[in-house]
Design a protein around this ligand. Structure first.
Ligand SMILES: Cc1cc2nc3c(=O)[nH]c(=O)nc-3n(C[C@H](O)[C@H](O)[C@H](O)COP(=O)(O)O)c2cc1C
Length: 344
C-alpha cells in the first residue's frame, strides 16, 4: 500500500490517509453573513466522498473586517455556529476529518472600507492604505481568534489552522516589509512573532484539539528584504515550543512579487525541507503536487509528513482514486460498493 493513501497519525490527528484538502476560498457566501450554504455542503461533501483524509475549510474570518471578501465564511458570531456544526457533522458522517482555517485578512480585506494592518503600508498602488492597529486593537483581534476557536470547538471541528501565510494579517506582522512598528509588536523577530504567539495561546485556551499554523516561508522579495530561512526556522522552533502540532508550509502572497525561479511540480517542497531540518513536529507541503508519484516520493523520502492538494481537487473530485491507480495501490477502495463499480 502507498504511504500517500495509508492511514497515519499526523499533526495530532488520526487520518485515513495523508491527502489533505488545502484551504481554498470559494466566495460563495452570497448573503455576506459568513454562514455555510448548501454549496459548502456539496463542495466539501464531494471531496469527503472522494476519501480525502482531512478537509481544511476555506479561510474563515474571525472578524467581519478581516474577511478577504464579503463572500467569505466566518465565525465571528454565535449565530454562525449551528450551520457549521451541521456541515461538520455531515462531513464526519462521510468519513473525513474536518479542520477550519481561522484568518484575519488585515490589509488584504478587499471589500473593507478601512482595512487594518500593523503599519499603514498598502499592498500595491491600487490598494487602500490600511489603518495602523493600536495595541488595544491587537488585543481585540487576539481575543477574536480565541472566540472563533470556541465557536469552532462548539461546532465539533477536529483541528484548527491559524493562517499565518499569504500576506494576511499575521504574515503582515511577521514580515519586516509590512511591519514598521516600534512597539512590542515590531522590530525584532521575537516582537514580530508576538501576536502569533498570543493568537495560538488564545486558540489553545478555547480548543483542546490540534493546532496547525500555515506560514509563507518566502515573500520572493530577495535576500535582505525579507525574513531569512534561519528566521523562519527560529519561528518554527517557537511554534514547536508553543505546542503547535504541524506547520503547513507555503510561500508568497505578502507582496505583489511571485516566485523568483521557474515554477515546477512540487516547487514549494524545498521550503518544507529547510524547515523540517529545524523542527521535530510534522510539516506539510503544498503546491503543484497533483502527480501522485511525486507526492509519494516526497513522503517516502521524509521530505514532508502530509500532502496538501488544492487545485487538483477542484479539477478532479476523483483524484484519490486516480492516485491509487497510478501508484498501483490495490487496497484503496472507492466510497461504497456502487462507486467502486464505477471505477471499473
Ligand atoms: C481558488 C483558491 C482559493 C484559495 N484560498 C486559500 C485560502 O482560503 N487559504 C489558504 O491558505 N490558501 C488558499 N489558497 C491556496 C491553496 O490552499 C494552495 O496553497 C495553493 O493553491 C497551491 O496548491 P495547489 O498547487 O495544490 O493548488 C487558495 C488557492 C486557490 C486556487
Amino acid at each position: 500500500m502507498s504511504k500517500l493513501l495509508s492511514p497515519a497519525e499526523v499533526g495530532g490527528l488520526q487520518l485515513a490517509n495523508r491527502v489533505v484538502m488545502s484551504p481554498m476560498c470559494t466566495y460563495e457566501v452570497k448573503k455576506e453573513d459568513g454562514i455555510p450554504t448548501p454549496f459548502h455542503f456539496a463542495h466539501y461533501g464531494m471531496r469527503a466522498i472522494s476519501k480525502v483524509g482531512l478537509i481544511i475549510t476555506e479561510s474563515t474570518a474571525v472578524d467581519p473586517r478581516g474577511r478577504i471578501s464579503n463572500n467569505d465564511l466566518g465565525l465571528w458570531d454565535d449565530s454562525q455556529v449551528s450551520e457549521y456544526k451541521r456541515l461538520i457533522d455531515s462531513l464526519h458522517y462521510l468519513g473525513t476529518k474536518v479542520g477550519i482555517q481561522l484568518n484575519h485578512a488585515g490589509r488584504k480585506a478587499a471589500d473593507e472600507d478601512s482595512p487594518v494592518a500593523p503599519s499603514p503600508i498598502e499592498f500595491d498602488k491600487s490598494s487602500q492604505t490600511p489603518v495602523e492597529l493600536t495595541v488595544e486593537d491587537i488585543n481585540k483581534i487576539v481575543a477574536e481568534f480565541g472566540a472563533a476557536a470556541k465557536r469552532a470547538a462548539d461546532a465539533g471541528v477536529d483541528m484548527l489552522e491559524v493562517h499565518g501565510a499569504h500576506g494576511y494579517l499575521l504574515n503582515q506582522f511577521l514580515s519586516p516589509a509590512t511591519n514598521h512598528r516600534s512597539d512590542a509588536y515590531g522590530g525584532s523577530l521575537e516582537n514580530r512573532f508576538r501576536i502569533v504567539r498570543q493568537v495560538i495561546e488564545a486558540v489553545q485556551a478555547n480548543f483542546a484539539g490540534p493546532i496547525w499554523v500555515r506560514l509563507s516561508l518566502t515573500d520572493y522579495a530577495g535576500e535582505g528584504n525579507e525574513n531569512s530561512m534561519e528566521d523562519w526556522q527560529q519561528i518554527g522552533r517557537w511554534l514547536e515550543a508553543s505546542k503547535v502540532q504541524l506547520i503547513d508550509v507555503s510561500t508568497g502572497g505578502l507582496l505583489p512579487t511571485g516566485p523568483n525561479f521557474p515554477v515546477h511540480d512540487g516547487y514549494q517542497t524545498r521550503f518544507t525541507n529547510e524547515l523540517k531540518k529545524a523542527v521535530d513536529i510534522d510539516v506539510s507541503t503544498v503546491g503543484l503536487l497533483d502527480n501522485p508519484g511525486l507526492a509519494e516520493y516526497i513522503l517516502q523520502n521524509n521530505q514532508a509528513d502530509l500532502i496538501m492538494q488544492g487545485r487538483a481537487l477542484l479539477r478532479n473530485t476523483n483524484w484519490l482514486n486516480d492516485a491509487a491507480k497510478a501508484l498501483h495501490d490495490k487496497e484503496f477502495t472507492a466510497f461504497n460498493a456502487s462507486y467502486e463499480r464505477g471505477q471499473k
